[in-house]
Design a protein around this ligand. Sequence first.
Ligand SMILES: [Zn+2]
Length: 501
Amino acid sequence: MTLRFFTGGINHETNSFSKVPADEHRFRLTRYGRGAEILERFRGTRTVYGGFLTAAETNHVTLTSTVSSFAQPSGPVVREEFERQMALTLEDLREALRTDGVDGIVLGLHGAMVVAGIEDGEGEYLARVREVVGPDVPIGVELDLHANISPRMAELADILIGYDTYPHVDQYDRAIELLTLVARTVRGEISPTSALRKLPILAHMTVQNTASGPMADWLALCHEIEARPGVLTATITGGFPYADIPDVGMAAYVVTDGLPELATQYANELSEFAWARRTEFQPRLTSVDDAIRAASSSPGPIILADVADNTGAGASGDDTEILRALIAHGANSAVLVPMYDPGVVAEAVRAGVGATITTTIGGKVDDGGGAPLEIEAYVRTITDGWYSNYGPMSTGSRTGMGLTAVLEIGGHDGIEVVCSSVQRSPHDLQMLRSVGIEPTRRQIIVVKSSVHYRADFGPIATEIFEVDAAGLAAASWARLDFQNLRRPIFPLDPDMEWTAQ
Ligand SMILES: [Zn+2]
């Protein structure tokens, strides 16, 4: 028998320290769609919706999509915009219930959304959906690895599944896993029961990399637990530390087949493991000057990660601290990708390719990561900013960084700045190749990213330095003014004790 599933999701990762609101324009700039059109846009891609579409076929499920949206991380979602998208979502849900019926719900939500006046954005989304469908329709949610899972989310959904990877290269696979489990639930083959444990740890983005270090070991245990009898799925999350809310932080979550005590036991086991390794979830950083000196003196390409200005974590993307230092050091064969400054791109377009402009770049969205910087730059390339992702992340999908200019500072072998008109973080080497820069031929590559760059940039780098700069996604906790976290939390309260029991 064919099952009828409903899908959708409002996605945002909220950085409480950003003053940039997530409004309708910001959603439309990244992703906003409703109905069959948005589903079809993702067919054949290794994304959440791509996975739902594949799994729908194998599980004999027809999918109906409501609003599916994603705004580039920033400050909280504007309340009116959340209410507008939510109203459309519930309207579509009621319509689906009225016409064909709804057997199950699979959602793609981020898990770290804060709405103005609502700290737990996903909890609120799920509460409103649950209210319309009632207690009996199974709800499954795919979450980001940076989700700040709340007890309310775990209570309202039957199954949560977070990405296992950071860089997030398994969105597609987790979507297939989720839809399949929800379909089995609807068919009465399994009865999911879950347990959530929140961990009082602020884990930095840079150490949530699942390829190595404590996160890799924690994930190995998670997979081992998933393979034990009675376990349907398990999720560990690093959390998104820049959301200054009580539910911030790491979590362990286990779903068993009708065995609630076993779910609790395994969630505790996962939590104790991470707690024992808590000191390893803190960043190891290099100062800006030391990183540039080291990167100038060994064979390249050497990557400097400006983690503090990762727009993927809600930073402004126009911090100038590292560019200023590159110029001061007289760096050669260096490229910085990207610098968000639509005003400078417009100036470059007016001056034209081949012109030299004198202008002030960066520090305009937020000057906490360095004041605006005076530069004289040669305009080498102007493009429409579109490229296809060929690397392991979101393979096959297209990314637009808006009208884009490549500026050269300090001559042909000096510093190239990829200046974008839209905030984007570098996940794919095509961000450089599409504007005529061959990354393997450069000495220093500065990426405004925490970890995602590693999937595609990592293999070409001889070395990587995570740089301690100022910015809205600063790696040093001391640079951020937390007000609303649930205390105690490690490492802000370094001597605290905790047990999962
Ligand atoms: Zn993430």
